[in-house]
Design a protein around this ligand. Structure first.
Ligand code: ADP
Ligand code: MG
Length: 726
């Protein structure tokens, strides 16, 4: 296709695509030597640090001892030597502000020595603490502008690494980001705090089951990241993708995902080249990739790194998102992480596989080989049931964003109702526990629920349920409602907090019963029966997309918080404030700040979209429509002059739509000139109820025009082009 519009030029460039990334020689580079090559992990620490310092640091990393400040100088010196050796010139404190993104503050290792030379310097103080200007990050009122200082504090539990670009190497140090008052301004700090609380109460339960050697418990997370890839030239020709991350216009392509021919299909070679390089980079950063494949929608793919401890998994997940984007760029592609970049085809999620355990007892959500292990498993599983039921609203709030709203509840992603899929066999065991524990098992025979008599449990839930937001998958839960662009730390901190609460609850009950002389068997049966009777309503094994479920869920009293604006006020409930405060994860002020920040981001996101809709409609679509209208009018006039009785119905249609377009633009402008009210919540509601629908009206007209206007006049790359040209 040739022509002069930006779009036409973009398309003509596609055929000239050549990868700009260097060829990789896989035969010469053994993958064994790639893993963690750029990471100052335990191995590097061991060889670069004095024995006692290494030992002390290891204890801190394992969660068994606070950081000894005296070691910081030694570690800093070793880190510097290691990094300089590998060619680094700069170091950066990496942090995760509440925008959900990754932020970094770079500094040079070198400073002038006063004699015309430069020396490489890196002290313990510089390692431990940084001071980025916090005023450009959201604080939700925690930081008044006169106190703009924020601190980044070294997170010793997440290893430092080298970020390598063609132009230089930077030592990256994962940090927590806090205000000058010590309040969390990031997504990492709450994960660390909540994991500590989870460990305390999980340990109590383990003690009841007679374990003596118990190491710190952590949660594990493995994120399945979905994303779209499109050619870079299309991206730059779409102001909406460029600035809002999703298409605000675009008619459904003649071919969509109806053939389901993309899912697990052959990965296109250009994408494979991208994936190989992506995985190599991740490997070097110490992030092993478990799976990769095509997803349901055309142009959609998935990558799942192997699960790790929550804090590192969250950091690594942020790094995966950054690396996806940077490697795509090298291949002249753009990676879209938005939850719904294209209407009419599936959106993208980030299934968060969640479990918890430690190095001594293993995965505590793994039903064991013996009935005794299974009883312990049932206690932990019961704690999950209680947590998700009691705090479903908080889980919904943890995944709230303007972009994830486009995905949740649609027939492709879990509904906004938070429920648990258990699988038939496990659900049956639960029903029996509820009924008193003495009944026949599903497999026949009789069983009595108790520590020593639980039946063997399914090690694989078998029938995977794709419609449940929170599904048991054999030895973990899969929180499927998390959005593709979201910082996993928010969901993880919430999960660990509500689990700490539930484990505290069951441990307290069991301790009291056992303390008063009851056998553990009896105590476990009683507590589990009580928990399931009260909270079993959250378990649902059916089709989460069905209308009946929506009605049934309402009967069961489960929340159905359809939009972020419905969900975010959950942060303001008594229960939320209490649970976050009790387990020292977020103070009421920190929690309230989050509520404000997330609402504000919701409004800002839609406001940008609204501006883009107006700009694109007025400067790209209206002119194209008028041009085509003129062409048709000229044609009609010419035919008339020649005495030919032409069909003018297309001209009529276009003229009608041009009128509608002007009308819908005026409608959106009018809506934009008004306000929802003085509170942030009212404003957010207004954006949801008035701005979004007015935006959609403009889109409807534009998408109709796209189906009629001559292809060489249409100014935007189409869905067909973006999704299918690879
Ligand atoms: P699916 O079959 O759901 O598509 P994938 O194999 O794509 O699963 O991804 C599963 C993810 O779950 C991976 O990131 C994997 O490392 C992670 N995972 C596996 N076991 C656990 C566990 N016990 N706890 C947390 N995550 C886990
Ligand atoms: Mg998967």
């Amino acid at each position: 296709m040739s022509g002069n519009t930006v779009r036409q030029q973009a398309i003509s460039k596609i055929s000239k695509f050549k990868t700009s990334s260097p060829a990789l020689n896989y035969k010469e580079t053994a993958s064994g030597t790639l893993f963690g090559a750029n990471v100052f992990g335990l191995g590097a620490m061991k060889s670069h640090l004095p024995k006692d310092v290494y030992k002390s640091l290891k204890k801190t990393i394992d969660g068994n001892q606070p950081l000894d400040p005296a070691t910081a100088d030694v570690v800093a010196a070793a880190l510097k030597d290691w990094a300089l050796d590998k060619g680094a010139t700069h170091y950066a404190h990496i942090f995760y502000p509440l925008t959900g993104l990754t932020a970094e503050k770079h500094d040079s290792f070198y400073s002038p020595d006063g004699e015309g030379n430069a020396i490489a310097e890196f002290t313990g103080k510089k390692l431990v603490q940084g001071e980025p200007d916090a005023s450009s990050f959201p604080s939700g009122g925690i930081r008044v502008t006169s106190e703009a200082r924020g601190y980044t504090a070294w997170d010793v539990t997440s290893p430092a690494y080298l970020a390598e670009t063609t132009n230089g190497i930077t030592l990256c140090i994962p940090t927590a980001f806090v205000s000058w008052t010590g309040e969390a301004l990031d997504t990492k700090t709450p994960v660390l705090r909540a994991t500590a609380a989870l460990s305390t109460h999980a340990t109590r339960v383990l003690k009841l089951f007679g374990h003596e050697n118990i190491s710190a418990v952590t949660s594990y997370a493995g994120c399945e990241q979905e994303y779209f890839l499109i050619d870079k030239n299309f991206f730059y020709a779409r102001p909406d993708l460029l600035n809002a991350g999703r298409t605000l216009f675009g008619a459904k392509p003649p071919k969509g995902q109806e053939f389901e021919d993309h899912y697990f299909g052959v990965i296109p070679s250009r994408v494979q080249a991208f994936m190989f390089e992506l995985e190599r980079e991740l490997l070097v950063l110490g992030i092993p990739v478990a799976t990769r494949h095509n997803e349901v929608a055309p142009g959609q793919f998935e990558i799942a790194p192997v699960f790790e401890g929550a804090n590192i998994a969250a950091d690594h997940q942020q790094l995966v998102m950054v690396t996806l984007k940077s490697v795509a760029e090298k291949h002249d592609l753009v990676c879209l992480l938005h939850e719904k970049p294209f209407a009419g085809v599936n959106g993208s999620g980030k299934h968060l596989n969640y479990s918890f355990g430690n190095s001594t007892q293993g995965n505590l959500l793994d039903p064991g080989a013996t009935p005794h292990d299974n009883a312990q498993f049932m206690v932990f599983c019961g704690a999950v049931v209680r947590a998700v039921h009691k705090f479903g609203g908080l889980l919904r709030a943890a995944i709230a964003s303007a972009s994830n709203d486009h995905r949740l509840g649609a027939n492709e992603a879990p509904p906004a109702i938070i429920s648990i899929f258990m699988g038939e066999q496990l659900a049956d065991v639960w029903e029996q526990i509820k009924a008193g524990g003495a009944k026949s098992s599903k497999a026949g025979g009789s069983l009595k629920i108790g520590v020593d008599s639980l039946p063997n449990l399914p090690r694989d839930a078998g029938d995977r349920n794709r419609t449940s937001p929170f599904a048991f998958t054999g030895n973990r839960f899969e929180f499927r409602a998390v959005g593709s662009s979201q910082a996993p730390g928010i969901a993880l901190a919430t999960l660990n907090t509500i689990m700490a609460d539930s484990l505290d609850f069951v441990a307290t009950k069991l301790e009291a019963a056992v303390g008063s002389g009851k056998p553990l068997n009896t105590a476990v049966q009683q507590v589990l029966q009580e928990v399931y009777t009260e909270h079993g309503g959250v378990v649902f094994n059916g089709n989460g997309y069905s209308e009946e479920w929506h009605q049934e869920a309402e009967k069961r009293g489960l929340l159905n918080l359809k939009t972020s604006v419905d969900a975010l006020p959950q942060y303001e409930t008594k229960e939320a404030i209490a649970v976050f405060e009790k387990y020292k994860v977020l103070s009421p002020r920190e929690l309230h700040a989050r509520y404000e920040i997330f609402l504000e981001q919701y409004v800002k996101a839609i406001n940008v979209e609204k501006n883009l809709v107006l700009q694109i409609a007025k400067t790209l679509i209206v002119p194209a429509a008028l041009r085509y209208q003129t062409e048709l009018a000229n044609n009609a006039a010419a035919l008339k002059a020649a005495g030919i009785n032409g069909d003018t119905s297309l001209l009529q249609k276009i003229s009608g739509l041009v009128g509608d377009l002007h009308g819908s633009i005026a409608g959106l402008e009018k809506a934009a000139s008004q306000h929802g009210g003085s509170s942030l919540l009212e404003e957010a509601k207004y954006f949801r109820d008035s701005i979004l629908p007015a935006q959609l009206k403009v889109r409807e007209v534009v998408d109709s025009l796209e189906g009629l206007i001559a292809d060489d006049v249409w100014p935007l790359p189409t869905y067909q082009e973006m999704l299918f040209i690879k």
